[in-house]
Write a protein that binds this ligand. Structure first.
Ligand code: GLN
Length: 279
């Protein structure tokens, strides 16, 4: 029987990043993936055949490009442990830029209405609700499967969010929210152009969470065009977008009545979010 250490060493020697090997090992051993302390104290343990098999299956899936979050069924985002399935986008650390920006705009001590469009696993909505308990957070998605995951996360984390299903065939992102006004609207919509070469590496994730028209801007255009009727004067719209879309997103914001558009970087220093205030 091999030890945990020898299996970890073998996989990292083949190029698997150490932290990923740790997650996959904890998963194979039936432990929570954030339980690094357990791994440290069990490195010399001999692993039973059944667990070795689970480990090897997990490593093989990872080598074929399946995101770690789908293999282990969870991901940490902004300090929250989220349940994740292939029905939702694997939440990226870079999206914490969007959350941190939203938190700067939401007061700690008074109610504030926040809308998250295309919530997926609920990552952004729940991270906001976790830090701003008085915020009344609404989150939409066109996918019933995604909303089921988001609702499960909301219940497990005891972070109440109002979920609304939007119509997948309706490109108008707000049709289920007619007449409703929010103090802040945030979204990490699909923004990759159809046929973009990056999509090959993302084939395990839902296409509807990734791609949006020929230039990748269909969703962003629709959200920016329609957001003003759901914001009070002075309300903000914050959007995640592709590394090369900041100029076009800021342009769309300014022709749709928004002012003071600015762009913020992600952890890799790339343009990742733009936001502005409606007059
Ligand atoms: N940031 C993701 C990527 O480029 C895409 C997420 C999205 O389209 N919203 O891998």
């Amino acid at each position: 029987m091999p030890t945990i250490t020898s299996l970890l060493k073998g996989a990292t020697a083949q190029g698997l990043p150490r932290h990923e090997a740790h997650y996959l090992m904890l998963h194979a051993c039936g432990r929570a993936t954030h339980d690094r302390a357990w791994l440290l104290t069990h490195e010399a343990d001999l692993l039973k055949d059944e667990l070795v098999q689970r480990w090897q299956d997990a490593v093989m899936q990872r080598q074929s490009g399946v995101p770690v979050a789908y293999i282990v069924g969870s991901k940490e985002f902004h300090g929250l442990q989220l349940k994740i399935s292939p029905a939702v986008l694997d939440p990226r650390d870079d999206t914490e830029t969007l959350v941190d920006w939203a938190l700067e705009l939401i007061p700690l001590d008074e109610p504030f209405k926040v809308l998250d469009l295309g919530t997926g696993s609920g990552a952004v909505a729940l991270a906001i609700r976790a830090q701003r308990p008085l915020a009344q957070v609404t989150a939409t998605d066109a996918s019933a499967q995604a909303l089921a995951i988001a609702a499960a996360n909301s219940a497990a984390l005891e972070l109440p969010v109002r979920f609304v299903q939007t119509n997948v065939r309706d490109p108008h992102w707000f049709s289920a929210l007619e007449g409703q006004v929010f103090d802040l609207i945030v979204s990490n919509p699909p923004y990759i152009a159809q046929g973009d070469r990056h999509l090959a590496a993302l084939k395990h994730e839902p296409a509807m969470a990734l791609t949006s028209g020929k230039d990748g801007l269909d969703a962003l255009r629709s959200i920016i065009t329609n957001a003003s009727s759901h914001l009070p004067s002075g309300g903000h719209l914050l959007l995640e977008h592709g590394y090369d879309q900041a100029e076009r997103v800021c342009g769309l914001l300014s022709v749709n009545g928004f002012v003071d558009a600015i762009t913020r970087h992600d952890l890799g220093g790339l343009d990742r979010c733009s936001g502005a205030r409606i007059l």
